[in-house]
Design a protein around this ligand. Structure first.
Ligand code: NAD
Ligand code: WQD
Length: 343
């Protein structure tokens, strides 16, 4: 059944891809974003791709009056809540900003939902809630042990969502713990466009490939992994987006909070990812091995079984597609959304 869905952070990397999937499947979508880590260009690109309008409210999620006006204007059936600050390193420098935006934003949203009778929510959580665990793969019952303020905000949000569900039994909440989303829409029209120097490996590599950065720093080649570099469970952003579309359909299966990993269940090392990306580019990626990045773990891989058992859903796009699509976007938009295509 088509639903009217409010997407917070809908101009961001995962939000924009999710909006395309929802619009393509007949849902009405409304975006709220303050563009603190994105640009209106992403929303324009989504509308163009989907061939449908995407009403946009430029507002901060912590602005209750703005939220009330949005909930009053639209008959919202469900909310997908992406809006948050997401850089681990930055969260150690400005932890209170992270608590304010990520937890304060979630509380403001829950209050507005409650006041306007909206009972259905999909929440962006993260594999970072698992922390430094030696166990691979990780399933949802493994203990959470966040090791930085960003990860703590996600864990606290999961806990406060659980408490809200206990108090308001009519609430239905699905928290999706994404592993490492990369890639872009295969059209090349939307993709990852981080502000400043990228923190994450794939956007960094992509900017090396277009000549914006000189070489990729590989953070450590002495991990206990097959080639010594860090192993992660990379998941195509369109699979992540599709997971949200399917989650919406399952919100009514049961009330309360449910938690699911979103990953592929298999890992790739930094060198394997780089080789795949170089083959998409058709040229080697210059790199140099550096010291380990503080806080990094050798390997993080999802046990992707719960979501498959519950919904029969699994990812369908492999590492080659992730790299080809990421490169397609970067090649068409070497400086992101701020410039028009040059190739
Ligand atoms: P992103 O930064 O591209 O998107 C977040 C969006 O939220 C941006 O458009 C930003 O402008 C907006 N936003 C931030 N604070 C806001 C506020 N106070 N009010 C309104 N809008 C605000 O990030 P993303 O990669 O698309 O991540 C989306 C969600 O998924 C986040 O909650 C993130 O923590 C979570 N997540 C991301 C990853 C990842 O690797 N990208 C992994 C796991 C979880
Ligand atoms: C991946 C691998 C690095 C950059 C982060 C967040 C996590 C989640 C996903 C939000 C590691 C190596 C990296 C570089 C490198 N996000 N690397 N050179 O750290 O696994 O996860 O994104 O919830 O919370 O922590 O992702 O892309 O930064 O690193 O060698 O320039 O690439 O050491 O092995 P990470 P990443």
């Amino acid at each position: 059944m088509p639903q009217t869905v409010l997407v917070t952070g809908g101009a961001g990397f995962i939000g924009s891809h999710t909006c395309v999937e929802l619009l393509k499947h007949g849902h009405e979508v409304i975006v709220v974003d303050n563009f603190s880590n994105s640009s209106p260009g992403a929303v324009e690109a989504v509308q163009k791709l989907a061939g449908r309008p995407l009403p946009l409210h430029e507002a901060d999620l912590r602005d209750r009056a703005a939220l009330d006006a949005i909930f009053a204007e639209h008959e919202i059936d469900a909310v997908i809540h992406f809006a948050a600050k997401k850089a681990v390193g930055e969260s150690m420098k400005i932890p209170l900003e992270y608590f304010d935006t990520n937890i304060g934003g979630t509380i403001a949203l829950l209050r507005a939902m409650n006041d306007h009778g909206v009972r259905r929510l999909v929440f962006s959580s993260s594999c970072s809630v698992y922390g430094e665990t030696p166990k691979v793969p990780l399933n949802e019952d493994d203990p959470a042990a966040p090791t930085n303020p960003y990860a703590r905000t996600k864990h606290i949000c999961e806990q406060l969502l659980g408490d809200a569900c206990a108090r308001y039994p009519e609430l239905s909440v699905i928290a999706l713990r994404y592993f490492n989303p990369i890639g872009a829409h295969p059209s090349g029209e939307i993709g990852e466009d981080p502000n400043g120097v990228p923190n994450n490996v794939l956007p960094y590599m992509a900017q090396v490939a277009v000549g914006r950065l000189a070489e990729l720093p590989v953070f450590g080649d002495d991990y206990p992994t097959p080639d010594g570099t860090g192993v992660r469970d990379y998941i195509h952003v369109v699979d992540v987006a599709d997971g949200h579309r399917v989650a919406l359909d399952h919100l009514d299966d049961e009330r309360g909070l449910r938690v699911f990993n979103l990953g592929t269940g298999s890992g790739a090392s930094v060198l394997e990812l780089m080789a795949e990306f170089a083959s998409a580019v058709g040229a080697p990626i210059p790199y140099r091995v550096e010291a380990r990045r503080p806080g990094d773990v050798p390997a993080l891989i999802a046990d992707a079984g719960r979501v498959e058992r519950a919904w029969g859903w699994r990812t369908t796009r492999d590492l080659a597609a992730m790299c080809a699509d990421a490169w397609h976007f970067q090649r068409l938009h070497p400086t992101g959304y701020s410039a028009s295509p040059t190739v």
